[in-house]
Ligand binder design. Structure first.
Ligand code: ZN
Ligand code: FE
Length: 243
């Protein structure tokens, strides 16, 4: 089974949507389409047709592009718990459900916190995680709906994935996250080194995503929070943080 091809599509101001293409079956998937046009254009430029859309949560910056992609025949999958807020869903999924792209299987993991119904998609064999607004590079999503306990549980779930898993998240927030992370762990050598790389990439206008589970375990203050209470304190501090 040949590997999956992942294409980063910058949409809106700082969102990343993703095209995932399976060369074996010729199938193409759009993840979290905050806008349709850039995704349809990127697919067309490669001779691909978007046959599926998967969404992690209901926020408009992740779902607004669905209708125009669906008009081309795509089947739309998203969290059952948020179906009422995503009227364009064709299929609803929850914990441990399996979704497929060609013969590639992805498992749905429920990760409440940012929203209550947030899900992520894990291609175990290919080693890819689409983490939406749950896990960011050196950060986590704001707690708009869930509790620190829920996000702490979500971080623990993702911490169990293999370290080499590539993590594709929903926003380019890395530099701001890293500046905050350095206030929590100024002596963390891996964090200091990573921030030097991130600053260089951003100075050149380059993306910092994907990351990996191992890198997040080493540098992410929310993944590294020792308790739900600590995660909650850090999240509140980050909400106020201006880098
Ligand atoms: Zn969101
Ligand atoms: Fe978002």
């Amino acid at each position: 089974m040949a590997g999956l091809e992942v294409v980063r599509i910058p949409v809106l101001s700082d969102n990343y949507a993703w095209l995932v293409h399976d060369p074996a079956s010729g199938e193409t998937l759009a993840i979290d389409p905050g806008e349709a046009a850039p995704m349809l254009d990127a697919a067309a430029a490669r001779g691909w047709r978007i046959g599926q859309v998967w969404v992690t949560h209901w926020h408009p910056d992740h779902v607004a592009g669905i209708p125009d992609i669906k008009a081309g025949g795509a089947v739309v999958t998203g969290p059952a718990a948020e179906a009422a807020r995503i009227p364009t869903l064709d299929r609803t999924v929850g914990e441990a459900d399996v979704v497929t792209l060609g013969e590639h299987r992805a498992t749905v993991i429920e990760t409440p916190g940012h929203t209550l119904g947030h899900v992520v998609f894990h291609f175990a064999e290919a080693g890819l995680l689409f983490s939406g607004d749950t896990l960011f590079a050196m950060g986590c999503g704001r707690l708009f709906e869930g509790t620190p306990e829920q996000m702490f549980g979500s971080m623990r779930r993702l911490a169990e994935l293999p370290g080499e898993t590539a993590v594709y998240c929903g926003h380019e927030y890395t530099q701001s996250n890293g500046r905050y992370a350095l206030t929590v762990e100024p002596e963390n050598a891996e964090l200091v080194a990573r921030m030097a790389q991130v600053d260089a990439l951003r100075a050149g206008g380059e993306p910092t995503v994907p990351t990996t589970i191992a890198l997040e375990l080493a540098t992410n203050p929310f993944m590294r929070a020792p308790s739900a209470a600590a995660l909650g304190e850090r999240r509140a501090e980050k909400d106020r943080f201006r880098s």
